[in-house]
Design a protein around this ligand. Structure first.
Ligand code: ADP
Length: 494
């Protein structure tokens, strides 16, 4: 869609020039990426039996960063066999106290290589360096630290019972938080005594492969963690492999349903963390400027590439106009561009396909009659970028209010009473997260009891902590990651 089509219906005048920032790119000279990455199986990097490789592209420049092995069924089989052997011969027999030391070591090594990991995350995935540096990488380390502490205390996770590991976990993750999702999956699985075959997303495999190097550096016994790269067919081969005891998937609801169907009738345990269409509910008694910052953080930072992004804004009718006015001003000041620039707020969209999907849904919003408001940020000439956008005049049946856009696009709806806010917030097939902005704590509790969402934030948004469980209701999936609850999918009680 052309820039002109994008701003169709916009009521904003081009703003006076906002603050100008000199470019402040993160130096990348200490990062040495190889031209080619192999599979990490049985403690070693090895070429795929498929003989095939695929490129991974920098979405902000559309240039190829490296080529990555494309694992086929034979490669997946080799990885699962290595994981089984490591489980039976080493990992399941090792005392929790010893396992915990390995998990702790991974956390320390992530901290030591944090700068490099953050740069590669932004290069491969397009997210702003300040997000990967300040959020993704520290949280990934925090997950390993947290679960390292559980490794010798697992019986306390199941009061009155003894805890036992399950075996080999097959884990498939998406592109929005590549390293953090790998940490969410690996840390509890390893602490509980399972071995793992992990498949990162095909558009963001690099930080998982750096994590494979870290696992090697930490001397984990060969086969305890295996990392296979590839696209959907590799993921399907992994989750369908008969040697896998537990499947953990984070990704789209469509693929999640497909996996659930494929696993029906097997004894494999399954957890799914799927899409979301979170409501950010702002009451008239909220601190309005804080709420606007929370809204911006909830949808625009990270390009809206967050399954729990606050993509539906529900505002109390009496403050609709003031919120819209403030939002219009605020989005003009968001800096869109080079993910490696330390001042960038909104980086690159992860892939061309994702950009096309965002454009298609934004066009549907325009053609269904909603009013579009878009930042006048000048987008870079190359790369996949989309200007921060919001729609007003949205009703619940519009596609932009129902479908997950996974981009920097917000739909604004209104409500008059708390009951109406609950009804509208719950009017979605998803149920991953929600936010409530109000001066009254009682209202937060009243609302959070009624919202069908796994996580409810009060006067904040998109805050994560390894001690706190995360997961969905309804078509957002089942099972929890994080906290003591995050151990349960990887344990059985005996
Ligand atoms: P998104 O829309 O977030 O890209 P996907 O569900 O398409 O989500 O992808 C999430 C992960 O699932 C990726 O690692 C992808 O390669 C993998 N995947 C895609 N199709 C399948 C499948 N049929 N079985 C298992 N994994 C799959």
């Amino acid at each position: 869609m052309s820039k002109d089509a994008n701003v169709q219906g916009s009521m904003t005048k081009p703003p006076k020039q906002g603050w100008l920032y000199a470019p402040s790119p993160e130096a990348t000279d200490n990062v040495r990426l190889a031209p080619r990455y192999e599979l990490f199986v049985d403690g070693k990097f090895s070429a795929p039996a498929s003989g095939k490789y695929f490129p991974t592209v920098n979405p902000s420049t559309e240039t190829v960063i490296a080529e990555v092995a494309d694992a086929n069924e034979a490669d997946v089989d080799r990885a699962v066999t290595a994981a089984r052997r490591a489980y039976e011969q080493v990992w399941s027999k090792m005392p929790g106290k010893e396992r915990g030391k390995y998990v702790y070591r991974i956390a320390r090594r992530i901290q030591e290589r944090a700068r490099e990991l953050a740069i590669v995350e932004s290069l491969d995935g397009g997210k702003p360096i300040k997000e990967s540096r300040d959020v993704d990488v520290p949280l990934a380390a925090a997950h390993f630290f947290y679960y390292a502490g559980w490794a010798d205390k697992l019986d306390y996770a199941l009061p009155g019972r003894r805890a036992r590991s399950l075996g080999v976990a097959g884990q498939v993750i998406p592109w929005n938080f590549p390293l953090l999702m790998a940490a969410w999956k690996l840390a509890p699985a390893l602490a509980c005594g399972n071995t793992v075959v992990l498949k990162p997303a095909e558009t963001t495999p690099l930080t998982a492969l750096l994590l494979a190097q870290i696992i090697q550096e930490c001397d984990l016994p060969p086969g305890v963690v295996n990392i296979v790269t590839g696209a959907g067919p590799t993921g399907a081969a992994l989750v369908g492999h008969p040697g896998v005891d537990k499947v953990a998937f984070t990704g789209s609801t469509d693929v999640g349903k497909r996996i659930q169907r494929a696993l029906a009738g097997t004894s494999k345990r399954l957890t799914l963390e799927l899409g979301g269409k979170a409501a950010n509910v702002v009451f008239a008694d909220a601190a309005i400027d804080q709420a606007v910052e929370g809204i911006v953080n909830g949808i625009y930072f990270n390009q809206g590439h967050v399954c729990c992004a606050g993509s539906r804004l529900l505002v109390e009718e009496s403050i609709h106009d003031v919120i819209v006015r403030k939002l219009k001003r605020r989005i003009e000041h968001l800096r869109v561009g080079d993910p490696l620039d330390k001042n960038t707020d909104v980086g690159a969209i992860n892939s061309k396909e994702q950009l096309q999907k965002i454009r298609m849904l934004v066009e549907s919003g325009v053609s269904e009659g909603c009013s579009i408001h878009q930042s006048h940020a000048r987008l870079p000439g190359r790369g996949y970028f989309f200007a921060p956008t919001f729609f007003t005049g949205v009703s619940q049946s519009h596609r932009i209010a129902q479908e997950e856009i996974f981009g920097p696009v917000l739909s604004v709806l209104t409500f008059r009473t708390p009951e109406e806010a609950v009804e509208k917030a719950n009017n979605t097939v998803y149920g991953l997260s929600a936010g409530i902005w109000t001066d009254k704590a009682a209202k937060v509790f009243w609302m959070s009891r009624r919202l069908r969402a796994g996580v409810v934030w009060g006067n904040t948004f998109n805050k994560f902590d390894p001690t706190s469980p995360f997961g969905g209701f309804k078509e957002s999936g089942f099972g929890r990651e994080g906290g003591a609850a995050g151990l349960l999918p990887y344990l059985e009680a005996v």
